[in-house]
Design a protein around this ligand. Structure first.
Ligand SMILES: [Zn+2]
Length: 190
């Protein structure tokens, strides 16, 4: 993770969804303004207390890793922090992922397997594609229902459009900055 992400803000408690999303959006902006990756961030919270378990930002380019999206990084660090591959493991409080933008097809799969019981989204996938040109991949059209009714796994509730305008503003700033849109094969297409 970028060194700037060891921020004091991660030691605080965030009560409302808006407070949690505002932090995710702020990290997404800091990430690209710091030159440490794309404009995306995810944070795993204890759903009921608002304590930060782990935060992640997109580090695809600096880490030379197509998997290193903000949501995946947050889930990975959260699972490491609690010492379990399953964030719904017995003894753990319910875990929530707050992400500045809707998960792509990879991150949808990662959320599905993570044990997260609530997914909170800022910008929608169509906004990401429209504003930035990043390709979100072939998400199933019923992806929300798939998460909310994924027997035998516990349901993962999906909450969308939290501070969506603020999340979209960061995406627009990224696009306006001329920073790279690194879809796979884009070199070959260009
Ligand atoms: Zn992703």
């Amino acid at each position: 993770l970028p060194t700037w992400l060891q921020v004091a803000a991660l030691d605080q408690v965030y009560v409302t969804l808006e407070e949690r999303m505002r932090l995710a959006i702020e990290l997404s902006r800091m990430n690209f303004e710091s030159g440490t990756g794309g404009p995306f961030a995810g944070i795993v919270f204890e759903r009921d207390t608002g304590r930060v378990v782990a935060a992640g930002v997109n580090v695809v380019v600096p880490e030379s890793c197509s998997l290193a999206h903000g949501e995946v990084m947050a889930l990975m660090f959260a699972q490491d922090a609690v010492g379990s591959f399953d964030l719904a493991a017995q003894g753990l409080p319910p875990m929530q992922l707050v992400t500045s933008a809707q998960p792509c097809v990879q991150c949808f799969g990662a959320v599905h397997w993570s044990g997260i019981v609530e997914l909170v989204i800022g910008a929608r996938g169509e906004d990401v594609e429209r504003i930035t040109g990043f390709d979100e991949g072939p998400l199933p059209p019923d992806w929300v229902e798939q998460l909310e009714n994924r027997q035998p796994l516990p349901p993962c509730r999906v909450i969308r459009d939290v501070l969506a305008d603020e999340a979209c503003e960061v995406l627009q700033s990224y696009k306006d900055s001329g920073a790279p849109i690194y879809n796979p094969g884009s070199d070959a297409i260009a």
